[in-house]
Write a protein that binds this ligand. Structure first.
Ligand code: 5BU
Length: 258
């Protein structure tokens, strides 16, 4: 039997973090659960891609440290496009250090992530101090954090026990942590409805990349694994027409909710 899903607009009311509330609300309003992983290496290509796929997405995921000519203006322009097209910016930084260090890594350096990203993510490995550090770096208002509960890559070390520990950590920080990067929904029931689940490793054709990436289809991720948002990189930005391809992924992922 098909599981009963709580509508995103109702989940917005359960979430205790402002960015999580904004994300659930925008998904309900815009009717999209597609995140594009914009893994291109030049600022202009990143902004062009964001402008092209912007109408289709709820979230643009960045890796700012692969962009060879990143400047403060790149972040400013991304924020402009996020307002123009109504999407949120997620810097997939995967912080993994002690609290004091991640404060600097998130707010400072060349990238000043906290100044333009709506939210970022972290490994739970160092303990609760990483969450406290990132909360400090971000300021309390209008920022949020996802924890990496599961990964898509072959042979990863994030086993069931580790995933459970991530879930417990998230529950201790619901003011700031509003969800997970995971391969499936990792908290069942109404308690789990307060968190968002974003899943990478999604492609319509499922052969891997020779470097350990493992792919599932949008339908498998949303309908079978009960995740909320698909994250698609090469399946979209390497296609001949990223805007049109994004529309195809968007429709499949949204239809899989029904
Ligand atoms: P792809 O081109 O669709 O394979 O890109 C996937 C993106 O998601 C890429 O930016 C990765 O860094 C990111 N990713 C992932 O693939 N798997 C994971 O478990 C996590 C992030 Br966490």
């Amino acid at each position: 039997a098909k599981l009963q899903r709580t509508p995103f607009e109702d989940r917005a009311k359960l979430c205790k973090n402002a960015v999580g509330v904004a994300l659930f609300s925008l998904m309900a309003r815009k009717k999209t659960n597609l995140c594009v992983a914009a893994d291109v290496v030049e600022a202009k290509a990143l902004l062009d891609l964001a402008d092209a796929v912007g109408p289709q997405i709820c979230v643009l995921k960045t890796h700012c440290d692969i962009v060879r000519d990143w400047t403060d203006e790149t972040g400013t322009q991304l924020r402009f496009l996020a307002d123009k097209h109504d999407f949120l910016i997620f810097e997939d930084r995967k912080f993994a250090d002690i609290g004091n260090t991640v404060v600097q890594q998130c707010s400072g350096g060349v990238h000043r992530i906290a100044s333009w990203a709506h939210f970022t993510n972290a490994h739970a490995l160092p303990g609760d101090g990483i969450v406290d550090g990132l909360r400090t770096a971000a300021g309390v208002e209008n920022h949020g954090l996802l924890l990496l509960a599961q990964m898509s890559s072959a042979g990863n070390l994030l086993n069931k026990e580790y995933t459970s520990a991530c879930v417990e950590m998230a529950k201790r920080h619901t003011d700031f942590v509003f969800g997970f990067i995971s391969q499936e929904r990792v908290i069942e029931g109404s308690e789990g409805d307060a968190f968002v689940y974003m899943t990478p490793g999604v492609k319509l054709s499922q052969e891997g990349d020779g470097l350990g990436q493992q792919y599932n289809t949008p339908t498998a991720v949303i309908a079978d694994r009960n995740s909320d948002i698909i994250i698609v990189g090469r399946g979209i930005y390497k296609s001949d027409n990223p805007a049109a391809t994004a529309a195809i992924y968007r429709k499949q992922a949204w239809d899989a909710l029904a």
